[in-house]
Write a protein of this length. Structure first.
Length: 54
């Protein structure tokens, strides 16, 4: 496979799809970060609840 050069997307038409993929990736990373934050908050609340009950 030849090396990809960035000549305005003329040589490699699939270059134009990279923006869409990166947008989807950015959205997926944002959702993953939100899910991790929610999981961390829930875990913290569970640990605090377990600590206070003892």
């Amino acid at each position: 496979m030849p090396p990809r050069s960035n000549l305005g997307g003329m040589l490699w038409p699939d270059d134009q799809r990279e923006d869409q993929h990166s947008e989807q990736m950015r959205h997926a990373l944002k959702m993953l970060r939100r899910a991790m934050l929610v999981a961390a908050v829930v875990a913290g609340l569970l640990m605090a609840f377990a600590t206070l009950r003892v």
